[in-house]
Write a protein that binds this ligand. Structure first.
Ligand code: NDP
Length: 328
């Protein structure tokens, strides 16, 4: 059976995309075939659509690093036709065909059952970015984040940042959002930010190895000087969860905050995240993320429009989460 997909082609080092009808026998090997309802646009999808970072090694390629849908056929006892499932990570959409299509085929181990209480659309409104935010919250909690803490979230209007704000505030923390877009202050407050600061405040190289102790915890989607500055401002024994590199992949820091304040730099990887932690994170998302706030983050677009949005997500011009209806 044929299905519709967004297919990337490479010619002369340039990557272009077009909607095509693809035969099901072209799908990669895997135990479970899924009829996809929704996928999403993440920062990494933007890179793949633009042919950046050598993330894709073989063309033609179907991108889309996450999807949610319904099992059509399964050679695994873990899933039956009709089961609703979610996929994030495992380098699907990079090393093998992904979610910008009406069908996908993957290993059963890559899938997570759709958490109770969420629709496939809501699961994709969360998607890779929201799942990453949840992993960051769990990591901070495991490193001692207490109730009612003051937590900094950078890259605040993005997918990771928006979900992190909604989660942390609903868990009773005081969230300070760092954003480059003053015009979106109302949006950030609506998600639960108690205070909004301009990202430039954190983007000047720290003058001293230790600054005033300010944060009980932080979730950073930006990296670079921003992450280095956060390290100098963490309170004694506090932690920052490093999720992203929207502002740079370098880290111009000193070891002094680790030695004199015992702070922790926690790495967050959503891609190869172990199965138990994945299940815990989805359980927590279904329980702790207020769905009315999730609704405020979503823009839904048809698959036919996703190519045009790639430069905008890489330029930090989108807001919240972009959900893709693969049937339109
Ligand atoms: P988005 O593009 O949705 O959000 C990124 C946000 O970062 C923007 O909205 C903007 O927020 C801010 N930003 C953009 N450019 C800059 C800049 N030059 N300097 C400082 N801030 C900037 O991306 P996501 O939220 O989906 O992802 C955020 C980061 O996390 C990305 O680097 C992504 O690759 C990474 N990531 C990592 C994962 C992991 O497993 N570790 C999984 C998912 C994402 P504002 O305008 O409010 O400042």
């Amino acid at each position: 059976m044929a299905f519709r997909a967004l297919v990337l082609h490479e010619a002369g080092g340039k990557v272009s995309s077009r909607l095509e009808t693809v035969d099901e026998d072209k799908l990669p090997e895997g135990e479970v075939t899924v009829a996809i309802d929704y996928s999403t646009l993440n920062y990494k999808d933007g890179m793949i659509l633009q042919g950046q970072g050598r993330l894709v090694r073989a063309y033609p390629h179907v991108p889309g690093i996450d999807f949610a849908g319904t099992v059509v056929t399964s050679q695994s006892s873990a899933y039956r036709p009709g089961d609703h499932v979610v996929l994030t990570g495992w380098r699907v959409g990079e090393l093998q065909w992904g979610g910008y299509a009406e069908k996908a085929r993957v290993k059963a181990d890559y899938l997570v059952p759709l958490p109770k209480g969420l629709t496939t659309r809501q699961a994709m409104a969360i998607g890779t970015a929201g799942f990453t935010a949840m992993l960051a919250v769990i990591a901070l909690e495991k490193h001692g984040l207490g109730i009612g803490s003051e937590v900094l979230v950078t890259g605040a209007t993005g997918g990771v940042g928006s979900t992190a704000i909604a989660l942390l505030s609903s868990l009773g923390h005081r969230v300070v959002a760092s954003s480059g877009r003053a015009e979106l202050k109302g949006y950030l407050q609506g998600l639960g930010a108690a205070e909004v600061i301009h990202r430039s405040v954190l983007a000047t190289p720290p003058a001293r190895p230790l600054d005033r102790e300010r944060w009980d915890g932080a979730i950073d989607a930006v990296g670079g000087v921003t992450l280095a500055t956060i390290l100098t401002q963490l309170k004694y024994r506090a932690s920052v969860a490093a999720c992203g590199l929207a502002g740079g992949s370098d880290l111009p820091a000193t070891v002094i905050p680790f030695l004199l304040r015992g702070v922790n730099l926690l790495g967050i990887d959503s891609v190869m995240c172990p199965k138990d932690l994945r299940a815990e994170a989805w359980r927590r998302l279904a329980r702790d993320l207020p769905l009315d706030r999730l609704d405020r983050m979503i823009e839904e677009i048809p698959l036919s429009q996703v190519g045009g949005l790639a430069p905008r997500i890489l330029g930090g011009q989108l807001r919240g989460r972009t959900v893709i209806d693969v049937h339109r």
